[in-house]
Design a protein around this ligand. Structure first.
Ligand code: PGA
Length: 243
């Protein structure tokens, strides 16, 4: 069975003072049946080590170490206490021109360091309106997911670019179509394709989480804005626990 994962992506948000939100979250969900993943900025990873949550980085370099000023390696993330890393988030693809090949190399670097890679894919509004959503998904899956991926070392996050941070959410039928397609492609390519955890991401909130988690092949969510406070993230965790 795929694992259920509520994942928070804090992006470039979070100071030492923000850690009090994790304390509140721990008080409410410290003994949850499902593992909660928090991806804080790099600066807070070590400080999260004492929490009961799984911790992830938001990006990594393809190399283990070397002359790459300002970058961070998967090994360093693991050393700081992370067990996951996001790769290929659309903000990385857009802001830093990341290609599918680079993202696959980052995912491979994550495996080499013993991290689970959360590989993010998703279409732009223009691509959706042109009827190209599933073609884009196919290209990104083929190019960003390494051959060594399996259900233990990889999570796939479907995040339509137009739904990220916009308050716009696809219909549950649209999410169902894409997630079923991703599942089929994973099953075509990997013997354990049925076991991969598939997250939906893009404007997930407490008010829409239950509907999204009722969609077949949605095993959790990658949550940006609504993961920054315990008050907003908690109802999403509750919705997933009871899905
Ligand atoms: P959002 O971001 O929940 O703020 O839309 C999701 C993401 O980018 O992972």
């Amino acid at each position: 069975m795929p694992r259920k994962i509520p994942a928070g992506n804090w992006k470039m948000n979070g100071l030492q003072s923000t850690l009090s939100e994790l304390k509140t979250l721990e008080d409410k969900h410290g003994d949850a049946d499902i593992a909660i993943l928090i991806c804080p900025p790099f600066t807070l990873i070590s400080a999260c080590e004492d929490t009961p949550f799984d911790i992830g980085g938001q990006d990594c370099h393809t190399a283990e170490s070397g002359a790459h000023t300002g970058d961070i390696s998967a090994e360093m993330l693991a050393d700081a206490g992370a067990s996951y890393v996001l790769v290929g988030h659309s903000e990385r693809r857009t802001d830093h021109g990341e290609t599918d090949a680079l993202i696959a190399a980052k995912a491979q670097a994550a495996y080499n360091a013993g991290l689970i890679a959360v590989i993010c894919i998703g279409e732009t509004l223009q691509e959706r309106e042109a009827g190209k959503t599933l073609d884009v998904i196919d290209t990104q899956l083929a190019g960003s997911v390494p051959d060594k991926a399996d259900a233990q070392n990889t999570v796939i996050a479907y995040e339509p670019v137009w739904a990220i941070g916009t308050g716009k959410v696809p219909t549950t039928a649209q999410i169902a179509d894409v997630h079923a397609h991703i599942r089929r492609r994973l099953q075509d390519r990997f013997t354990d394709g049925a076991e991969f955890t598939l997250l939906y991401g893009g404007s997930v909130k407490g008010s829409n989480a239950a509907d999204i988690f009722a969609v077949p092949n949605v095993d959790g969510a990658l949550v940006g804005g609504a993961s920054l406070t315990a008050a907003d993230f908690s109802p999403i965790i509750v919705a997933l626990e009871s899905a």
